[in-house]
Design a protein around this ligand. Structure first.
Ligand code: NPG
Length: 368
């Protein structure tokens, strides 16, 4: 592909309700979109990093800076490239995987649109619809959590993920389990808020038949996750720890988890995500697709990824209405408890540029 120009669009998109985790509260997304234009097609990618470096070390100002100062110049200096070449071309840039993932997504979208191939077909997807769940932030009261949970079950979601933190864990989970019954799949996410001293406390969650407990401890503390996995019956899942194929291999060898959350923006792109999927499949370890409150663009990538065969658990890939009053693409709509996998070329969604402009988006244009 020869790239004619690249644009970065940046704007804020309010969330329908604040999203609180153990590391902070988000009221809106600070979105960066990468738009790549070639002679044959345009392509879009979404940068999902947070406005603060609280989930991981990335944040939107830094991602924008690394795109402008390094990633875009490196790609222009390289000349024509295929999307598969991108990771190698920018390999001197350490980390910054959310920024890289967005750029690779835009290149893949452009390449696949030009080739007339859908992302699901390209990645090796085998499903036409993917079962999805919903992630529920920490609420002011447990009664609120029960009410919100029941609302999402009424919407059709068959799997709920509850955010937990010290002081908001066993009792809230008990109350939600009682309220929604045993037929709803339930899991919890700690975002690294606990320490080894909490393992016995967390073992109380075993009685609620949870699908998994996600990332109780610090991302680089695989051994404590391995200790926990031996002491509790609830499957341990890793999120923040899974930053690369190598990190995944280490986690599996150490038996630090029996389930893996794959996030495109955390591992550096769709191609790295597919490699991690394949590695986990070879180890008989199921994976599921995590979410970062994506707009319709990043959601399209997640839906295509989740159509791969070893994504056997529902992802954090909810309908657009769970996040935004209006999405920047065609809205993602729940069908039963699933989202349909697009079959049109590339990501299979179109950005509503007029709506994005109405949000006050800034546009930066970059030429070779
Ligand atoms: O539905 O996209 C969603 C949200 C899923 O809980 C979710 N994401 O820790 O996994 C997480 C959390 C998150 C959100 C992390 C935003 C980082 C940023």
């Amino acid at each position: 592909m020869k790239i004619n120009h690249i644009e970065l669009l940046r704007f804020q998109l309010p969330l329908v309700r604040p999203f609180r985790t153990s590391f902070g509260t988000q009221n809106h997304r600070d979105v960066i979109l990468v738009r790549v234009e070639t002679d044959a097609a345009e392509g879009w990618g979404e940068c999902v990093v947070g406005v603060d470096p609280f989930y991981n070390e990335e944040y939107t100002d830094a991602a924008y800076g690394v795109l402008v100062r390094w990633l875009i110049p490196m790609v222009f200096a390289h000349g024509p490239l295929a999307a598969e070449d991108f990771a190698g071309v920018v390999s001197n840039v350490v980390g910054n995987k959310g920024a890289k993932a967005a750029f690779e997504m835009a290149l893949l979208d452009a390449q696949l649109r030009a080739d007339g191939v859908s992302l699901t077909t390209y990645l090796g997807g085998t499903r036409t619809a993917v079962p999805v769940g919903v992630s529920i932030g920490i609420t002011p009261t447990v009664d609120d959590l029960v009410a919100v949970s029941q609302g999402y079950v009424a919407d059709g979601y068959a799997r709920l993920k509850l955010k937990i933190e010290p002081g908001f864990d066993v009792e809230p989970v008990r109350r939600v389990r009682e309220a929604v019954g045993d037929s709803v799949m339930l899991q919890v996410d700690a975002n690294a808020a606990y320490t080894e001293a909490d393992i016995d406390h967390l073992a109380q969650l075993d009685e609620f038949n949870l699908l998994l407990i996600e990332q109780p401890f610090e991302p680089d503390d695989l051994l404590t996750h391995a200790t926990m996995a031996k002491r509790v019956s609830t499957p341990v899942c890793l999120d923040e720890s899974i930053v690369s194929l190598g990190a995944t291999r280490t986690a599996l060898e150490l038996a630090a988890c029996s389930v893996v959350n794959v996030k495109v923006g955390r591992v550096g792109g769709l191609l790295a995500s597919r490699d991690i999927h394949d590695l986990c499949a070879a180890h008989g370890v199921p994976v599921w697709c995590g979410g970062m409150l994506e707009t319709g663009v990043g959601r399209a990538a997640n839906v295509a990824l989740a159509s791969l065969p070893n994504f056997t658990l529902p992802g954090d890939i909810s309908a657009s209405a769970r996040y935004f009053d209006r999405d920047i693409t065609e809205p993602w709509v729940l069908q039963g408890s699933s989202l349909a996998v697009p079959t049109t070329p590339g990501l299979g969604v179109n950005v509503d540029e007029a709506f994005v402009a109405s949000l006050g988006a800034t546009r930066g244009l970059f030429r070779p």
